[in-house]
Design a protein around this ligand. Sequence first.
Ligand code: MG
Length: 318
Amino acid sequence: MPLLETLTRDVVESVLMGVAVGDALGLPLEFEWREPLDAWLEGLGELECVAPRGYCAYSDDTEMTLIVAESLAERCGVDQEHLAEMLMAKARIEDELRYYGAGTIAVIKLLRKGFPWKKAVLEVYEGGNMGNGAAIRVAPVALFYHPDTQAVWRAAGEQAIVTHAHPIGVEAARIQALAIHYSLSGVEPVRLPGVLMGQAKTREFKTALGRVEGLLGSDPTPREVVDALGNGAPGHESVPAAIYAHARARGDPLKAVLNALSLGGDSDSIASMAAAIAVAYSRGLGGLEHLRDAVEGADEISRVASKLYGAIRECTRG
Ligand SMILES: [Mg+2]
């Protein structure tokens, strides 16, 4: 069966929904659970859906994912100028409940002042931002360029550099995109860290992905995983943590999110990225399905998914 037939509109929508559901479940914990839990969560329980606005609110992770998806669809691929304009216009950095990272806020403010993105991105941090801000929004790139591994790798980096110029910030986006891409191809969750290690360029990612592989061979506590990988916003901590959460869950979306939440730290981003990978592998939301309509902007996510899927068909597959 041609791969196009396996990448259905439903899969595209489910992956975008997975980003939002993981983000929404992790967001209330981001500032509550800085430390990992003593034991792995077995169910959502009272975490089911904390809804301060009457729905499960999402954060910067989902907002930027939708922006990237729209830009890809409108430009038939990554167009850095267009993406910078879209981020400038649509990223609600003033909304403190979106919890944008300080570096991303600073870059977008400079863009609004008229700085070209190539200048803005190096103005904020010398050497660029190494946070996970470009990785958390990269799911649409993996969907758009799948099944072309090289195109996924290249485009993930191109979209990253618009706000995250540090080699770790860029590699975080590339590795997260490849994790989704390979999972769409059916790479088994426990094999994924080794496959990704073969693609990693930086010492930080090679080391972290090697540790993920090692952890899968034992039965560590959340604390032991965080001691090995970290759970913070830097790309080489939270992206490997998300990959571990997915692999430990053997690709089950709900379990991947529970694992991610157990790690604490940057929980919305780790849960969002873990969910995107696991949903791509299992081709549906699985045990997160009941949250599809509870999440903020479910209709908007569905609309963007249709737009992205239409572009995938028209732009990349003739
Ligand atoms: Mg967030």
